[in-house]
Write a protein that binds this ligand. Structure first.
Ligand code: ME8
Length: 641
């Protein structure tokens, strides 16, 4: 029988637009879901919206809308956001749907039948943004211990769920299921929390109307957390589709932010115990994305819009950043600079260049045809990488799994420098085909392993390797040797163009920008000049944009004995054309793959009819000339300082 796998995200409050904190959880869940699908499992991945409660009622009335009209608009926006990010959920549940209302009402009936529901008086404090009740002793300086915001005194009739009854069974369950709450720090917190004793939970309200009325007493509206948590069983078909329910419940993973672990690891399992339903296998509480020191949150208003980032950098870059940057489980700060750096270093330089260098060399050295495999040097590491990705994702170590793939990419880049295929080619060494096959096959496996995380790059890599689309490739395709010899590569555009920061763009525009600005700064003090003649300041040096490049192609310039025309990969969208006076010292055929240092912001110049965009550095004596290159090889585009 096919394995099945159910994963959920929190259902988000549609009280405002979502931000990258929400995207963080959803993209991580998406990656895990895609991984299980790649392994051929029957996956059920559900996300949705938590639409009831006072907060939404208040927001809607402020803008003069009915609560439903208000949430409808935001929900449409949320669905669109998930599409923009390529989220592959199988169901999107809204708590306002009738399938859910029916389940919540039946849950209340069953809690009552079990003797777990009673009417009493509630006295305490309520935090509306967190939809949480607190007893006096739990407040911090009189404020909500979760968000630090003000709380309101409540004194009203309420139904209570006998949570206290479940403290012992819950503790026993948590202790006998070490994987139930993850990571282990959250598990320990929860054990502490339950050991202090659990009080019965107020599960209904009479102070607002926007919610699901209790069937036994319609004056009362279901407490929003009972309404919300129940979404997980509604989506799996509880009380509606027994076959589906027994297939997809219990969930394998509830992925949530750490601030709501308490609801998922205490209240929810207690409700399930009362309903005689199996408990979810794992509740995983990941860390927060911070902006500076603070949690990014709708109520604080310090949020980043994921859509803008996707527009600017592409969905793969944003997904990659979210999945890779912060060790999964821990908190981490968001910065746009870090996103740009990740994209430029890992995606543009490491991965993009590996692909462009490999396909360029296969074109030059074997006529674009993938050679026969021979003795392999990368196979061991590629197989180890497959094992690591599987093992880490199975343990929900998402960022570590992504990192493992990029270790293989780094190894393959280093392998190019070690083996110097252009030299093997020059000396007619038969090992050339082993090396090229190793590189191409490592790239193909990388593309398969990246499928849970990135959506466009795997296809682009497959296409450039001449393999068509990556869509049909399952995890089994990551086995070494799947790349058929004889395939014709199809070099294309760089898959991840380097992102220029504003500062760099200004530097590259160089003279033009300086000249255009000149009249405006006439009265400003001149930049401090160096004291000694012939000495330059650090600022003057920094105007030079020196970059590592990789020669993709070289040819002679017609009618000029000393000139070569080079196509140089600088990690930019298009390779640069550079004309260089090195023809007396280098054979053009031998140059593909060679690294150089380029003055990248030199004013373009037309030389013998060819426009040259930069100048490569070389040392010259009376006998010889040598191109300057980084000693161990560096990714194309690396800045020399
Ligand atoms: O809590 N960093 O909804 P919500 C990381 N409706 N993740 C973040 C984040 C941040 N800065 N900000 C938000 C609710 N999240 C309830 C859930 S579930 C039965 C009901 C993510 O809209 C994280 O997953 O406030 C967090 O738990 C969730 O969004 C909170 O979303």
């Amino acid at each position: 029988m096919t394995e099945r796998f159910t994963i959920t995200t929190p259902i988000y409050y549609p009280n405002d637009r979502l931000h990258i904190g929400h995207a963080y959880t959803t993209v991580a869940a998406d990656a895990i879901a895609r991984f299980h699908r790649l392994r051929g499992e029957d996956v059920f991945f559900v996300t949705g919206t938590d639409e009831h409660g006072q907060k939404i009622e208040d927001r809607a009335s402020k803008v003069g809308k009915t609560p439903l009209a208000y949430v409808d608009e935001i929900v449409a926006d949320i669905r669109d956001l998930w599409q923009v990010l390529g989220i592959s959920h199988d169901d999107f549940i809204r708590t306002t749907e009738s399938r859910h209302e029916r389940v919540v009402q039946e849950v209340f009936r069953r809690l009552e039948a079990k003797g777990d529901l009673y009417l009493s008086q509630y006295e305490g404090w309520y935090c509306t943004p967190c939809e949480s009740f607190w007893v006096e002793g739990k407040l911090v300086d009189g404020n909500c211990p979760t968000c630090g915001g003000p709380v309101a005194r409540l004194n009203e009739e309420s139904y209570f769920f006998r949570l206290s009854r479940y403290a012992e069974p819950l503790l026993a369950y948590i202790e006998s299921h070490p994987d139930f709450i993850q990571p282990v720090s959250r598990r320990n917190e929860m054990i502490q929390f339950i050991r202090q004793g659990l009080e019965d939970l107020s599960v209904s309200r009479t102070s607002f109307r926007w919610g699901i009325p209790l069937p036994q007493d319609p004056r009362h509206i279901a407490y929003v957390w009972v309404d919300a948590l129940t979404n997980y069983i509604t989506a799996c078909g509880y009380l509606q589709d027994p076959e589906r329910f027994s297939r997809y419940w219990p969930a394998d993973v509830h992925l949530v932010g750490k601030e709501i672990v308490r609801f998922h690891a205490v209240i929810w399992p207690a409700l399930l115990l009362s309903l005689d339903l199996p408990l979810p296998k794992v509740v995983y509480g990941h860390g927060w994305l911070l902006l500076g020191e603070q949690k990014m949150s709708k109520s604080r208003g310090n949020v980043i819009d994921p859509r803008k980032l996707v527009q600017r950098y592409g969905r793969d870059a944003v997904r990659y950043y979210l999945l890779r940057e912060v060790p999964f489980g821990a908190d981490g700060s968001y910065t746009e600079d870090a996103l740009i750096l990740r994209t430029n270093v890992d995606l543009a330089n490491d991965l993009g260049n590996l692909l462009s260098r490999t396909t360029a060399m296969i074109e030059r050295f074997t006529g674009g045809i993938i050679p026969q495999p021979g003795a392999s040097s990368l196979r061991g590491q590629a197989e180890e990488t497959v094992r690591r990705v599987e093992e880490r994702l199975a343990r929900l170590q998402v960022s570590d799994a992504v990192a493992a793939v990029f270790e293989l990419v780094k190894r393959a880049n280093k392998f190019i420098e070690e083996e110097a295929p252009w030299q093997l080619h020059r000396s007619g060494d038969a090992r050339l085909s082993d090396v090229l096959y190793d590189l191409a096959e490592s790239l193909r496996i990388t593309a398969v392993l990246l499928k849970p995380f990135l959506l466009d790059a795997p296809d682009a890599i497959f296409r450039q390797l001449g393999l068509g689309s990556a869509e049909g490739a399952t995890f089994a395709a990551a086995a070494w040797g799947g790349l058929p010899a004889g395939t014709k590569v199809q070099r294309g555009e760089p898959i991840f163009p380097r992102i220029e920061t504003e500062r760099e763009a200004e530097a590259a525009a160089g003279e033009a920008v300086a000249a255009a600005k000149a009249p405006k700064v006439e009265k400003a003090a001149p930049a401090p000049a160096a004291e000694e003649p012939g000495v330059i300041t650090i600022d003057e040096f920094q105007r030079l944009d020196l970059r590592v490049g990789t020669i993709l192609e070289a040819s002679r310039v017609k009618g000029a004995d000393r000139l070569l025309q080079l196509k140089v990969d600088l990690g930019e969208q298009e390779p640069r054309t550079v004309v260089s006076g090195i023809a007396e010292y280098y054979q053009p055929e031998a140059l593909a793959g060679t690294q150089i240092v380029l003055v990248a912001n030199l004013q373009p110049a037309k030389i013998r009819g060819v426009v040259s965009h930069g100048m490569i550095l070389a040392g010259k004596t009376s006998e010889t000339l040598q191109i300057v290159a980084p000693r161990e090889g560096l990714p194309a585009g690396t800045k020399i300082k």
